[in-house]
Design a protein around this ligand. Structure first.
Ligand SMILES: *Cc1c(COP(=O)(O)O)cnc(C)c1O
Length: 242
């Protein structure tokens, strides 16, 4: 199981280096310290062996967007010292499973989901850091496109309150995905406003999870503290995109 292909390790090492130099350049342009920006490797569709490679190269924050894939991968790498991030849309009936392995849930967009995660984490004797997922896509909210998750920016503080008041949950901050085909800079600027409103009330809620392989520069320019990178680190996903 721990057998890994040296060529794959070299490829991932080169990808990490390239991503880190993009991050460094974007931080220089935004007058930010790269130490403020954490990298979460999104490993969906890639095997547990890639998680081992990432870990061996010093990447310990890993993320998945589907419980069916995340749960077995987390189990297969339980011997490693990893922080698991759940970044995808989440049904309440998966809360028990996710609360058993995840450390950070980026996609909390309903009061009911916050309560389910908190109750299931408490059952398991665990604590979860939760981010409020904000929907930055006005057209999707109007029902033009399918639902992609996230709460209306106006309702974000209400969800934050419910996370903060649960004893098994820690309010970490906010998360968003830039709207498809939209301007990521404008979207991440809106997210920063929501993040500021929440942080004014809850000073420890400093996380801004924004930026993927295609738009990390815009996210860093708008204050992202956590980038969620899949393709940039592990290569293109096949047709089996989650
Ligand atoms: C897949 C995924 C990512 C990573 O996307 P890339 O474009 O491969 O970097 C980030 N966030 C979420 C929510 C995802 O589902």
């Amino acid at each position: 199981m721990s057998h890994t292909d040296p060529a794959r390790t070299e490829q991932i090492r080169a990808n990490i280096e390239a991503a880190r130099s993009r991050i460094a350049a974007a931080c220089a342009a935004a007058d930010r310290d790269p130490a403020e920006v954490s990298l979460v490797a999104v490993t969906k569709t890639h095997p547990a062996s890639d998680v081992r490679v990432l870990s061996s190269l010093g990447v310990s924050n890993v993320g998945e967007n589907r419980d069916q894939e995340a749960a077995p991968k987390a189990a297969a790498t339980a011997d490693l010292d990893l922080t698991w991030h759940f970044v995808g849309q989440l049904q309440t009936n998966k809360a028990r499973s996710v609360a058993s392995y995840a450390d950070v849930v980026h996609s909390v967009d309903r009061v009911k989901l916050a309560r389910a995660l908190g109750d299931r984490a408490a059952d398991a004797g665990r604590r979860l850091t939760c981010l409020v997922q904000v929907d930055l896509d006005e057209e999707a909210r109007a029902g033009v496109l399918g639902p992609r998750g996230g709460v209306d920016p106006a309702d974000a503080l209400g969800i934050a309150e419910r996370i903060d008041e649960h004893e098994a949950l820690e309010l970490g901050g906010v998360m968003a995905v830039a709207p498809l085909g939209g301007d990521p800079d404008a979207a991440f600027a809106r997210l920063y406003q929501v993040a500021t409103r929440i942080r004014d009330r809850y000073s420890r809620a400093t996380m801004i999870s924004a930026g993927m392989s295609g738009d990390l520069e815009a996210a860093i320019g708008r204050g992202a503290t956590h980038l969620r990178l899949g393709a940039a680190l592990l290569g293109a996903r096949g047709t089996n995109v989650g």
